[in-house]
Design a protein around this ligand. Structure first.
Ligand SMILES: O=C(O)CCC(=O)C(=O)O
Length: 300
């Protein structure tokens, strides 16, 4: 579905100005839009899984663990496929304000793609380099949107999500190195052509949602505060967007319609997207492993 068609539909959660901002800039941040009781439940779940990670020594299908992880000081970088870890994570995907925001940005017929919980820990190891999302999971059009909700208050020191305004209308860069292997980030040479000086870092109170279009250049700096930054991220698309390569982090619900009805015809956007590796063949760890050149865990 095109932005013009999406904007013909009535809004459920956002204001018209917020939706216009999203389509003009490629992202929008809405303070405190996820309130209790969902926020409290998500905080509780995040805490439970962080606790469970204490008994896990190596990254696996569920947990991506940082280099300094230990039972005493758990450093879960990511809980993968959250919706397969607890039913309430799935209920949040299809019965919450997240679903309504997705419909405001993708149109009334919404497809679920993937879900993860990221923790950005204090220290210099946790930079997420500039990247665009769609190159990892190309679709027949560019409606996919990532919705991230901060589970705690996020200050500028904590490495909030930062997006380059208007970059969703620029080139789709390759995310591969000189040998063709996947790097999960835009090269320095390509980034020299992007106005990172205009990037907007979206800090905000707990419950703030940052919506990022799949073409927008984004990343996050290190967390120089003393506290971790937990953020739950879900990807949705218009129902008429179909992935044309295997998903890097599939879930048991990937491709399910969470709102409205399935499409009987794809919307094919003619703008080409570079082809990613076949994740079914080579496996996918996470953006952290890709950007650091680490291998995907063997159990995946
Ligand atoms: O957690 C972050 O700061 C960035 C996350 C992100 O962009 C991603 O996982 O694709």
């Amino acid at each position: 579905m095109t932005p013009e068609d999406v904007c013909k539909h009535e809004l459920r959660a956002l204001t018209a100005a917020q939706r216009d901002d999203y389509f003009a800039n490629g992202f929008v941040s809405i303070d405190s839009i996820v309130g209790d009781p969902w926020l409290a439940r998500l905080q509780e779940l995040a805490g439970d899984f962080l606790d469970q990670s204490r008994s896990v020594a190596k990254s696996n299908k569920a947990f991506d663990l940082g280099p300094n992880h230990s039972a005493e000081h758990p450093q879960m970088r990511r809980l993968r496929a959250t919706i397969d870890r607890h039913p309430d994570f799935w209920r949040f995907a299809c019965e919450s304000v997240f679903t309504d925001i997705a419909a405001d940005l993708c149109g009334p017929d919404v497809k679920f793609h993937s879900a993860k919980l990221n923790y950005k820990w204090p220290g210099k190891d946790e930079v997420v380099k500039w990247h665009q999302d769609i190159q990892a999971w190309p679709h027949t059009n560019y409606s996919p949107v990532t919705l991230g909700v901060y589970l705690d208050d996020v200050t500028p020191e904590m490495g909030p999500l930062a997006c380059v305004p208007g970059s969703h209308e620029g080139p789709l860069f390759r995310h591969t190195g000189p040998d063709g292997s996947w790097t999960g980030s835009v090269s320095d040479a390509d980034m020299a052509t992007v106005d990172t000086g205009s990037a907007v870092a979206s800090a905000g109170p707990a419950g703030t949602v940052v919506a990022i279009n799949c073409q927008t250049v984004h990343g996050s700096h290190q967390n120089v505060s003393a506290k971790p930054r937990p953020m739950l991220l879900y990807v949705y698309s218009s129902a008429d967007a179909f992935p044309w390569m295997p998903a890097p982090s599939p879930t048991s619900r990937t491709g399910e319609i969470v709102c409205g009805k399935p499409a009987d015809m794809p919307h094919m956007d003619p703008r080409p997207c570079p082809v990613p590796p076949n994740w079914d063949k080579i496996g996918y760890g996470s953006i952290y492993t890709a950007q650091k050149g680490e291998h995907a865990p063997s159990e995946m």
